[in-house]
Design a protein around this ligand. Structure first.
Ligand SMILES: NC(=O)c1ccc[n+]([C@@H]2O[C@H](COP(=O)([O-])OP(=O)(O)OC[C@H]3O[C@@H](n4cnc5c(N)ncnc54)[C@H](O)[C@@H]3O)[C@@H](O)[C@H]2O)c1
Length: 310
């Protein structure tokens, strides 16, 4: 069993794939499809979409009419999601891709264009997290996380942006960040560093690609409930500790992250670039736990007249 940030990953005994794979976290049938946008005619690549948040994002894009590519190292779960979505009438491909390697990333983008004729949207959600203090992290653990999350973001953004520039019709680069990117936590070294690096990456991409009508943004989730959607298991103690810092007082739902991604990917977000949208119940707004006994207002000290009634 591998320990990763706040989670255990047991690849030998993955959580069972629920029936009806591809529809978890999908839009409530009572509420209907996502009202934000229609993605008919668009092509979206979602990395890390074999499981967790990425899986819900790719499902939502497919339900909103996009043709989609699931790019992931997990062929078993990736094929499963692609099959379920295809059975539901959507046009989806799984392309086994390790986002750490430029040849695989470039080949996946080329295959997307070969299959669908174009690409419009990149969502980079692939991730792993090493849950150790800096003094205990090996070279290999550091490199793994930085390469999947930050180098992968660079390789994917470069490959997709080159294609978007060739097409000449604009496009969307969206990275999945983390609250760790702007709020350091213990045992999050390469995770926090890679997510912080993504923030400057989208700043530079926004500056360089704006003239091509290509936007680059981050959607940054707070702790999100991926139970039943992922091989990754979040420890209840970690969730409880985290929740003490969340003003809204609950975990995020993958659909709530997908809502933000679909909005940023839509035409409605045409003028938003170089930004980070935190979907975290207020976690990144400040330090919820820092408070102390209250003092009376210091009217005398600052020379203010005391109001007659408080
Ligand atoms: N779940 C949360 O609470 C949370 C909070 C903040 C940010 N995030 C971020 O959201 C993203 C998705 O996380 P998740 O919680 O859904 O986790 P997850 O483990 O369910 O999904 C990660 C996916 O990335 C894939 N992957 C790993 N290495 C890869 C590689 N080298 N190439 C291609 N694919 C690879 C995995 O196979 C998996 O399908 C990550 O970037 C994570 O940092 C998650």
């Amino acid at each position: 069993m591998r320990r990763i940030q706040g989670y255990d990953t047991d690849t030998e005994n993955p959580a069972p794939v629920p029936d009806g794979a591809g529809c978890w976290g999908a839009v409530d049938p009572q509420r209907g499809a996502c009202p934000l946008a229609d993605f008919s005619g668009k092509v979206a690549i979602v990395t890390g979409a074999a499981s967790g948040i990425g899986r819900v994002i790719v499902t939502r894009f497919a339900q909103a009419g996009a043709r989609t590519v699931i790019a992931d190292t997990d062929a078993d779960w990736g094929e499963n999601v692609a099959r379920a979505l295809t059975d539901a009438g959507h046009d989806v491909r799984f392309v086994r891709t390790d986002v750490r390697y430029s040849d695989q990333v470039d080949a996946m983008v080329a295959r997307t264009v070969e299959q669908f004729g174009r690409v419009d949207i990149l969502v980079h959600g692939a991730g792993v997290t090493v849950h150790k203090e800096i003094v205990d992290i090996s070279d290999a653990e550091w490199d793994l996380q930085i390469n999947v999350q930050l180098r992968g973001a660079f390789l994917l953004s470069r490959a997709v942006a080159r294609q978007l520039i060739r097409q000449g019709e604009g496009g969307r680069l969206i990275l999945i960040g983390s609250t760790a990117g702007n709020n350091a936590r213990v045992e999050s070294g390469p995770h926090a560093v890679s997510k912080a690096g993504e923030i400057q990456l989208v700043h530079v991409l926004a500056l360089e690609l704006g003239r091509h009508r290509i936007t680059a943004n981050i959607v940054s989730p707070g702790l999100t409930d991926i139970a039943g959607l992922s091989r990754t298991v979040q420890h209840p103690e970690y969730q409880q500790a985290f929740l003490t810092q969340v003003p809204i007082g609950r975990l995020g739902q993958p659909d709530e992250i997908a809502n933000a991604v679909l909005f940023i990917a839509s035409d409605q977000a045409d003028f938003i670039t170089g930004q980070m949208l935190c979907v975290d119940g207020g976690y990144s707004a400040g330090k919820l736990a820092v408070q102390g006994p209250s003092n009376p207002p210091p009217y005398d000290r600052v020379g203010m007249e005391k109001p007659l009634q408080d």
